[in-house]
Design a protein around this ligand. Structure first.
Ligand SMILES: [Zn+2]
Length: 214
């Protein structure tokens, strides 16, 4: 069984890891076998939006593209809210139509995103989740999943979230952090008081269940 890293920005040459590497528009697909493609809210520019969405449309069907994103809404960044909304909506509509999971970047916009995705037909994962148990449960109640990193799992809040949320809605990732995916698996095994094999089997099952077709 391989370790699944649901979302990363880092090319790491580790055997036994299956990672979904985020690709920005027009980036070369290398360093991984599986990717997510999307327009990150931080880098949106009105003048680029159309050609970036066209690019997305042109690569989205590729079998190495497992997911759309990260995309989403960020209240702390300078990019205009209208532009963020427009880009996000275009992307979730595309993800839904090609039936690939959506990887969401969310900063202080959870309510808005859950509202927008009410009735969404498809998988959506709030990546880099680092909030409270009740916020995690709200996402899961709406049919979504969360993905967490090793650092969050070392915090009391992360411990509580990992301990109490529905295991079928949980993923692990490295994102842009230095800790390895193995560390995240080890932390989770410790929190659950389970063997690594149990964690691996759960993550494998979750990937299948939610349509990450490695
Ligand atoms: Zn990221």
């Amino acid at each position: 069984m391989a370790w699944i890293d649901l979302h990363t920005h880092q090319i790491r040459l580790e055997s036994n890891v299956r990672a979904i590497l985020h690709l920005n528009p027009f980036a070369q697909a290398e360093g991984s076998q599986t990717f997510s493609v999307g327009l990150h809210p931080w880098y949106l520019k009105e003048s680029n939006l159309k050609k970036e969405l066209d690019w997305l449309e042109s690569v989205i069907h590729h079998p190495s593209v497992l997911a759309v994103g990260e995309c989403g809404l960020d209240k702390r960044c300078q990019v205009s809210w209208d532009l963020q909304m427009l880009a996000f909506e275009s992307q979730w509509v595309m993800a839904q139509s090609v039936k690939k999971p959506l990887i969401i970047h969310c900063v202080k916009a959870q309510q808005e995103i859950l509202q927008l995705l009410r009735g969404y037909k498809g998988t959506f994962v709030f990546h880099g989740f680092n909030r409270t148990l009740s916020m995690a449960e709200a996402i899961i109640d709406h049919g979504g999943c969360i993905s967490v990193n090793a650092y969050f799992l070392t915090l009391p809040q992360g411990h509580e979230v990992a301990m109490k949320v529905n295991r079928q809605h949980l993923f692990l990732e490295t994102d842009d952090r230095q800790e390895s995916i193995q560390q995240a698996y080890l932390c989770l095994a410790e929190i659950w008081q389970e063997s690594l094999e149990v964690v691996e089997a759960q993550m494998e099952q979750n990937a299948k269940r939610w349509g990450f077709n490695f």
